[in-house]
Design a protein around this ligand. Structure first.
Ligand code: FES
Length: 68
């Protein structure tokens, strides 16, 4: 199994790298089109949730957590 990495971007999305499956609450799978790097929205403003569409840049989202 390959390692999956999730980068918490400052003021932006979760950047996911690796082979993963994303499902909704009903168990349906989102089509990643074979991508092994993609961004998940964490600001809530994306029109393509759960994926980031860049809306965090204009909605005023601020978040820059650091692992401690
Ligand atoms: S984090 Fe990019 S649109 Fe929400």
């Amino acid at each position: 199994m390959s390692e999956v990495k999730v980068l918490v971007k400052d003021n932006g999305p979760f950047l996911v790298t690796g082979t993963v499956t994303i499902t909704d609450a009903a168990g349906n799978t989102f089509n990643l089109n074979g991508k092994e790097t993609f961004a998940l929205c964490r600001c809530g403003a994306s029109a393509k949730r759960p994926f980031c569409d860049g809306a965090h840049k204009t909605c005023g989202f601020e978040s820059a957590e650091r692992a401690v």
